[in-house]
Design a protein around this ligand. Structure first.
Ligand SMILES: Cc1ncc(COP(=O)(O)O)c(C=O)c1O
Length: 331
């Protein structure tokens, strides 16, 4: 059997998750009548200390709605240059939200307050694009699952409040940061105006993301979600998978983190540099390396011309991780 380390989105729903989905009470969610979706949204809002939350089919849609709730067309959002919103959402924020982006660069995707302060553009009427929000990603996907320390997020929030801007936190893998550091989810929630989370990555649900923020922002996002074609009907079946994942798959992320450190060591990457479940290996021979691993039953992915990514997840057991480590150490 191949050990598939390309992404933590590859997980399949477990038998007990499927049972929870089959049992879900449902209604028409566009009418606001799906009790399971409502339970999930309320639970998420509570976890992050926000007034409301909104279920979306994907993290990309959640991010578009979240950033769009803070930044109007013709305004800008600042983010790190390898942020998912900048690199991997296929220009949706510009194409749909009509906004522009400027970026700072940090190899570990961290908050660079000096760069942000230097780039920040207040409202200068007809002369410059106004910075309306700053977006950060925790954990940072393309920076190898790096955690953003809470103290930096608090400092960023303070800077934003002082400058009249707001903060978006792309927390597709915030669960991993929470488990790796023990930081309460509510503390992350308090450091941002809108938080996005995914249930379909480390938590193993087949589909589903949410954004959480003020009741007013979520009500507007609900309208914009429908406009994008994201108004779903008896979607409690999917929300039930998310609730099951929250109950059963959060604490176990610590296993994924341990497996990632094991793989890092096998690939010559310092395990201490691996904060969570993602390992990025620099290989000048990346395509050949990926092919050789595949031939030995270990599937990994290129994320740049010389960068290869390994991601541990719910469907990678300790034995799988050990087998992959043996293969990769040999290569
Ligand atoms: C950090 C981050 N944000 C957002 C997303 C988007 O999620 P989706 O694939 O559900 O659109 C991803 C996907 O991998 C991600 O890694």
């Amino acid at each position: 059997m191949t050990v598939d380390l390309r992404s933590d989105t590859l997980t399949k729903p477990t038998p007990s998750m499927r049972e929870a989905m089959a049992r879900a009470e449902v209604g028409d969610d566009v009418y606001g009548e799906d009790p399971t979706v409502r339970a999930l949204e309320e639970r998420l809002a509570d976890l992050f200390g926000h007034e409301a939350a909104l279920f979306t089919p994907t993290g990309s849609m959640a991010n578009v709605l979240a950033v769009g709730s803070l930044v109007a067309p013709g305004q800008e959002v600042l983010c790190e240059s390898s942020a998912h919103i900048a690199r991997a959402e296929l220009g949706a924020h510009a194409a749909v939200g009509g906004l522009t982006m400027r970026t700072w660069t940090d190899p570990r995707g961290q908050v660079d307050l000096t760069a942000i302060a230097a780039m920040f553009a207040p409202d200068m009427g007809p002369f410059f694009v106004r910075t309306a929000a700053i977006s950060v990603e925790n954990t940072h996907n393309f920076a190898g699952g790096a955690v953003l320390p809470l103290a930096d997020l608090r400092d960023l929030r303070e800077l934003a409040v002082g400058a009249g801007a707001r903060v978006h936190l792309d927390g597709a893998r915030l669960w991993n940061a929470h488990v790796a550091t023990g930081t309460p989810l509510a503390d992350y929630g308090a450091a941002a105006d809108v938080v996005t989370v995914c249930l379909s990555k480390g938590l193993g649900a087949p589909v589903g993301s949410l954004l959480a923020g003020s009741a007013e922002a979520m009500a507007q996002a609900r309208v914009r979600r429908k406009r994008l074609g994201g108004g779903m009907r008896q979607v409690g079946i999917l929300a039930a998978a998310g609730l099951h994942a929250l109950d059963h798959h959060v604490e176990r992320l610590a296993d994924d983190h341990a497996h990632a450190r094991l793989l890092a060591e096998a690939c010559g990457v310092d395990p201490a540099s691996v904060d969570t479940n993602i390992v990025v290996v620099q290989r000048p021979d990346a395509p050949a390396y990926v092919a050789a691993a595949e031939a030995e039953g270990v599937r990994i992915a290129m994320v740049g011309p010389t960068a290869v990514r390994l991601v541990t997840h719910l469907d990678v057991t300790r034995a799988d991780a050990e087998r992959a480590a043996t293969v990769l150490a040999r290569l």
